[in-house]
Design a binder for this molecule. Structure first.
Ligand SMILES: [Mg+2]
Length: 255
């Protein structure tokens, strides 16, 4: 595979739950040594980049915050570009702090945007109904991600997608998607890296958000069998991944 840049998913590729994938720190060192440009592209919307960076460090990964790209980064850029800055954040408290640090303050009324991330336990009838009412009153919906589920330390966990769909269903409006598999999101990352899509590959454990989205954006896609990988999801994937490998530890066999 002849590429210059590598986009790597985090959850399910470098770690699952609280454990690094065996051989993953060595695989990253191999990629750095070979001189590839790397970005770590996560749809994780529970945590700010600062928290993600310190967690990666604790797991044995030497990754700088400016190499980490999350949907929050794209959403903050997007909201600023619209000039409409009144935000209602249906997210974790940590993610709310990332928006507030960028000058986008959370409000409960008169919102231009309802921003939905993986809010975890902050998803409940009251918070969903408040988001529903704000959208009914005219706010647009921004989905930080639209994934169905992810692999937690004790089993599969609902991601933001089912809740985004719920608000869309109730209001008849469509969310603007910020994270993977949005082609605009991949395009923003590649422009910042100075690469053409054909020069880059995405490595992930999700055949839709990671490899499917990357291939639709003109890149190649390597699916790993760690994390939430399932052969059923692979069989349904359209487009399917360019390559499938057991784990990131095998990356030296193709790159
Ligand atoms: Mg993943």
């Amino acid at each position: 595979m002849n590429v210059k840049g590598i986009l790597l998913d985090l959850d399910g590729v470098l770690y699952t739950g609280d454990n690094p994938v065996p051989g993953a720190p060595e695989a990253l060192r191999y990629l750095k040594k070979r001189g590839y440009l790397t970005r770590f592209v996560s749809n994780t919307t529970r945590k700010s980049r600062k928290i993600i960076e310190s967690r990666l460090l604790a797991l044995g990964f030497d990754i700088r915050m400016d190499e980490i790209v999350t949907p929050s980064v794209a959403a903050i850029n997007y909201i600023r570009s619209t000039g409409l800055k009144r935000c209602h954040l249906l997210t974790t408290v940590d993610l709310r702090s990332e928006f507030e640090a960028a000058g986008l303050l959370h409000r409960d009324r008169d919102a231009d945007w309802v921003i939905i991330g993986d809010a975890g336990d902050n998803f409940n009838y009251g918070t969903m109904n408040q988001a529903f009412r704000l959208v009914q009153e005219g706010a647009g919906i921004i989905a930080l991600e639209n994934d169905r589920y992810w692999m937690g330390s004790d089993g599969l966990m609902l991601s933001a997608g089912p809740f985004v769909r719920g608000i869309e269903y109730a209001t008849g409006k469509t969310a603007t998607l910020m994270g993977k598999p949005s082609a605009e999101f991949f395009g923003m990352i590649l422009r910042e890296m100075g690469l053409e899509p054909a020069d880059a590959v995405m490595i992930g454990d999700d055949a839709v958000s990671d490899t499917g989205g990357a291939i639709k954006a003109g890149m190649q896609g390597i699916l790993v069998k760690t994390g939430k990988f399932s052969s059923g999801a692979l069989a349904l994937a359209d487009p399917g991944p360019t390559r499938v490998i057991g784990s990131i530890a095998e990356i030296d066999t193709i790159l």
